[in-house]
Write a protein that binds this ligand. Structure first.
Ligand SMILES: [Zn+2]
Ligand SMILES: [Zn+2]
Length: 250
């Protein structure tokens, strides 16, 4: 009986909150009607976001338009030898998806990160469940950057996804130097600048773990590759990268 009344109270409370603070679209601020799964975008904005379709490189998730069907590795992967085993990306880092991902970096409410977690799960849940991961980890952020932004979106997404998939979220297995932004660097320079920027903390032994590594955007893959190297140094057997946006030129 107590559970029933608690559930009823919580539901009434949620309805009251919806009346007092109707949900607004995260992209355009338009008022939206709250629906069962907690819509965070109005319909016109939602319809602008589309998943990537077409052939991609299985390792780095970049588009390979010239070859029909997925390919095991693209030209870049053959040259660079990325340290993660494969990558999944929700969509192309362009248009509204790009705008939202840029906004998410400073979204202290963390609504955006939770919305993207739900979108990732809706698209990849079958694959992610079949993979039977042992741990979910976020690409690390330096504490100073976390402080300036007031949030760490990849960590919020990793925690939410871990919870939904029933896989432990490891909060701090990796540490990172306060590296300079990689914007404007060439591909080779990005890989060079990331060398030894990320390392695994003492006390984390990921004995033959299959790890799901979360980030917001994948560009050259240099950062995720460095994180995967550190995870494997701590014992991880396999690292799958999952991101929201994939840049089209890498
Ligand atoms: Zn909107
Ligand atoms: Zn590739």
């Amino acid at each position: 009986m107590a559970t029933v009344s608690k559930g009823w109270l919580r539901q009434a409370g949620t309805c009251m909150l919806d009346l007092l603070f109707p949900s607004s679209c995260l992209a355009c601020d338009a008022e939206i009607e709250k629906v069962a799964d907690g819509a965070d975008l109005c319909e016109p904005c939602r319809s602008q976001l589309t998943c990537s379709t077409g052939p991609v490189c299985k390792q780095c998730a970049s588009r390979v338009p010239e070859i029909p069907g997925d390919v095991a590795e693209c030209g870049h992967c053959r040259e660079d030898k990325l340290r993660f085993d494969r990558a999944l990306a929700w969509g192309q880092y362009e248009g509204l998806l790009r705008e939202l991902l840029m906004k998410m970096k400073g979204d202290r409410s963390e609504r955006m990160a939770r919305m993207f977690s739900r979108m990732l799960l809706a698209e990849f849940s079958e694959q992610l469940t079949a993979d039977k991961f042992d741990a979910v980890v976020a690409v690390p952020m330096h504490p100073w950057r976390r402080f300036k932004r007031g949030t760490n979106s990849p960590a919020v997404m990793a925690k939410t996804l871990g919870h939904q998939l029933g896989v432990p979220f490891l909060r701090r297995p990796l540490a990172r130097r306060n590296s300079f932004t990689q914007k404007g660097l060439t591909r080779t320079a990005r890989f060079r600048s990331m060398r030894n920027e990320i390392w695994s903390r003492a006390g984390y032994h990921l004995g033959a773990f299959r790890v799901l590594l979360i980030d917001d955007i994948l560009t050259t893959g240099a950062t995720c590759s460095e994180a995967a190297r550190a995870l494997k140094q701590a014992g991880a057997a396999e690292v799958t990268v999952l991101v929201v946006g994939r840049t089209s030129t890498n």
